[in-house]
Design a protein around this ligand. Structure first.
Ligand SMILES: [Ca+2]
Ligand SMILES: [Ca+2]
Ligand SMILES: [Ca+2]
Ligand SMILES: [Ca+2]
Length: 451
């Protein structure tokens, strides 16, 4: 455990986008979570406690951390609004070689839920030890202590099927009949990364009716199967989002483009997958200087009491204009029909500049939408910066907020993770993201905006 106490703060002038020239002074605090010399750290998620916005948790994976397994997962916890952070290694009771794909989310009472994959023997021919599963562990708000991880699903002596990229969602609706229910959605590969034509990828969902202490038998919800290659035609990117009446949405990308499904009975049954948008170029996007980059969707639902209550918004990245851009679409009829995608980044269309790794959050106190993404400084080279943006009108127009962090070059041979994180609560926005500290070291930082 280590205490970090340093930071960087700057006032930046927000840049008006979407035709509405605004100039709002916004203070953005950047706080590094990893120090030079720390193990490579990436693939971040972040959650703000809805009962106390000074309580913030970031999850990530670390590679070759001394005393830990090959890939381990860590949490960074702040209880003073992001000024100082405590670092803690996640539980790994069987010492499986790899844990990752982490996510964190708070329940309405401040109980923290942490989901991740945990496995041995993947991509190893005839492994001596093979197992894989999805786990959730909870830190109860009342006791403050971590409970032992529970399996959402787990397989012994095999990595087929392989359960991948889970994400949790919690019902926090004050009026919801299922307040406290926890959902986990993920991709099941019959076998990971095989070209076999009969090999399927599917989206599965499990539900917990006891606040994350146990999970139901998974339900397949994707109507159209994907491939097993972990690329454009594989179904991936499922992030559950719960609306104010307990309605549950799961969107993902795959061979049918971007689709969404809904459950009105707490995940017992789902419906027909609905089309949201084409994703020209697919979700698996080639960007120089990155070993891989996905443009998978992130879904949120407006939980305010305002006029957009219940509106669903989805952010993703695709290359419809020739280079990767960030898009957001929304639905005001529970996912039946969708607005045309709004381009969030405001640079010239088709200029060759890549935006990537978008994540989306919605502040339930204001309804404002917030995104964070990485952006290339120019159309050539790998110089990269981090950008936040917000929308106060349901995603129609966006104001970008540059993150005051020195730009950096990415190196494709160094793992950079698969996603950024952002959360927003009671006027506070916290974005978490990886960045290169040197040609061989990746660390993570947070950017905090208070309004
Ligand atoms: Ca990953
Ligand atoms: Ca379905
Ligand atoms: Ca592609
Ligand atoms: Ca672009």
């Amino acid at each position: 455990m280590r205490l970090i106490l340093f930071g960087l703060s700057a006032i930046v002038a927000a840049v008006g986008l979407g035709g509405s020239a605004q100039s709002v002074a916004t203070e953005v605090r950047v706080v590094p979570l990893t120090t030079p010399g720390a193990p490579n750290t990436a693939e971040v998620a972040v959650a703000i406690d809805p009962t106390n916005r000074d309580h913030i948790v970031v999850s990530a994976y670390q590679v070759n951390r001394p005393g830990a397994t090959r890939v381990s997962n860590v949490l960074f916890v702040s209880r003073d609004g992001g000024r100082t952070w405590q670092e803690e290694l996640a539980a790994n009771p069987e010492r499986r070689s790899s844990q990752g794909d982490d996510a964190v989310v708070f329940g309405a009472d401040g109980t923290l839920l942490h989901s991740y994959i945990s496995f041995d023997g993947l991509r190893v021919a005839r492994p001596a030890l093979a197992r894989n599963g999805i786990f959730v562990r909870r830190r109860d708000a009342a006791t403050g202590g971590w409970e032992a991880p529970v399996a959402v699903i787990d397989h012994r002596n095999t990595v087929a099927p392989f359960e991948d990229k889970p994400w949790p969602g919690v019902d926090r609706g004050a009026q919801s009949p299922r307040r406290g229910h926890v959902y986990v959605a993920w991709t099941r590969f019959d076998e990971y990364n095989t070209p076999r034509p009969d090999c399927r990828s599917e989206i599965h969902v499990s539900r917990s009716t006891d606040n994350g202490r146990s999970f139901s038998v998974p339900l397949r919800i994707s109507d159209r199967v994907g491939t097993c290659l972990d690329d454009d035609d594989t179904v991936e990117g499922a992030v559950p989002a719960v609306g104010p009446d307990g309605e549950l949405y799961v969107a993902w990308s795959g061979p049918a483009g971007l689709v969404v499904d809904r459950s009105d009975d707490g995940g017992v049954t789902f419906g027909e997958d609905r089309h949201v948008s084409q994703i020209p170029g697919g979700w698996d996007i080639d960007i120089p200087g990155l070993s891989r980059s996905n443009g998978m969707p992130v879904t949120v639902v407006d939980g305010t009491t305002g006029p957009r209550r219940g509106t669903v918004s989805i952010a993703w990245v695709d290359a419809r204009h020739g280079d990767p851009d960030v898009f957001v679409a929304s639905s005001s009829d529970r996912g039946q029909t969708w607005s045309p995608p709004v381009r969030v980044n405001a640079d010239a269309i088709g200029n060759g500049v890549a935006q990537f790794f978008v994540w989306l959050a919605q502040d339930a106190s204001t309804g404002h939408l917030h995104v964070v993404y990485h952006e290339r400084v120019s159309a050539t080279g790998t110089e990269t910066r981090v950008v936040m943006a917000r929308s106060e009108d349901g995603g129609r127009t966006w104001v970008s907020v540059p993150v005051p962090l020195a730009s950096f070059r990415t190196v494709a041979s160094v793992p950079f993770g698969d996603y950024n994180g952002i959360d927003a609560s009671q006027g506070r926005v916290v974005a978490a993201f990886p960045h290169f500290l040197s040609e061989t070291q990746v660390g993570i930082s947070v950017a905090i905006v208070d309004r």
